[in-house]
Structures are given as C-alpha cells and as structure tokens.
Design a protein around this ligand. Structure first.
Ligand code: CMP
Length: 140
C-alpha cells in the first residue's frame, strides 16, 4: 500500500475545548504522521472558499460562521492509504452514526460541530492541502 497524504482540520468545537492534542493523538495512533500543522483563525474568504462545493446547501451559512468562530488547526497527514485511514478514524459525519473508538464518536457534539474535517479523495486532498499550505511548509 502506497504512502499518501490527506488534509485534516481540527475544528472550532475541538480547539475551544482544548482537544487539539487528544485529536492529534488519535490520528497518530491510527498510523498517520503530522507532516504539516498550523493554528489559524479562518477568515470569511477562507471558510467560504474552502467549502465552496457546499454553497448551495441549506447549512452553508451556519458552516461558514462556525468555521470562523474559533481557531482551527489545519494539518497535512501522511501514511499508508492516508485518505481512507483518516476517514476511518474520524468516523461518520454525524456523531450519532459514528463507530466506537472514532474521533467523532468520542469528541463531536453534533453533525455541524463534528470536531474534524478530512479529505474524501486523494484528488480533493491535493486541492485542500494546496489551499492552506505551501510546499516548503510540509516536512515529511
Ligand atoms: P466536513 O467533513 O467538514 O464537510 C462539510 C461539513 O458540513 C461537514 O463536515 C459537517 O460538519 C457540515 N454539515 C453537514 N451536514 C450538515 C448539517 N445538516 N447541518 C450542519 N452542518 C452540516
């Protein structure tokens, strides 16, 4: 299995509750390596741009406001089959549907305040990584 990269966000509900380390520990226990990380406070432009694919959804406004509400930690994760590995450890989008042991089962508050974002494909991972990081900020 090839070593690949994915993109992760530790969301405002998690940073606000001081769970950055706890979430990162779950990622590392799942075999993912943090090869880039920065704590940022998203601007409206960043939040709307990042989630542009959802702009017709009824929850878009709420999603953008939430992502701007507190700092987030954006990360690049590396590991074997990183996109799937990360999605497995994150758990289902809605924490009510998430499996035991997953980040969202353990930490998420609701479908909106669901603690983490992870890319859904390698193609989107590359786009999302480039949205927040320059190549020289990623140290594998
Ligand atoms: P994420 O993986 O970051 O991608 C889009 C986000 O939209 C998703 O996680 C959820 O946090 C959010 N989302 C999806 N459905 C809803 C919903 N019904 N209400 C509020 N937020 C939602």
């Amino acid at each position: 299995m090839a070593v690949t990269r994915t993109f992760s966000i530790i969301k405002p509900d998690a940073t606000k509750r001081n769970l950055t380390g706890a979430v990162t520990a779950k990622l590392e226990e799942a075999g993912l390596r943090v090869v880039a990380s920065k704590r940022i406070h998203m601007s409206r432009e960043q939040a709307e741009g990042f989630y542009a694919v959802h702009k017709e959804r009824p929850f878009f406004g709420e999603l953008v406001e939430f992502m701007m509400s507190e700092p987030v930690v954006v990360q690049v994760l590396e590991g074997e089959d990183a996109v799937k590995r990360n999605r497995d450890v994150m758990g289902a989008t809605n924490p009510a549907d998430a499996d035991e042991g997953t980040i969202r089962k353990e930490f998420a508050l609701s479908i909106g305040e669901n603690s983490v974002h992870g890319s859904d494909s390698e193609e989107n991972a590359a786009i999302e990584i480039a949205f927040f990081f320059n190549d020289d900020e990623i140290v594998g």
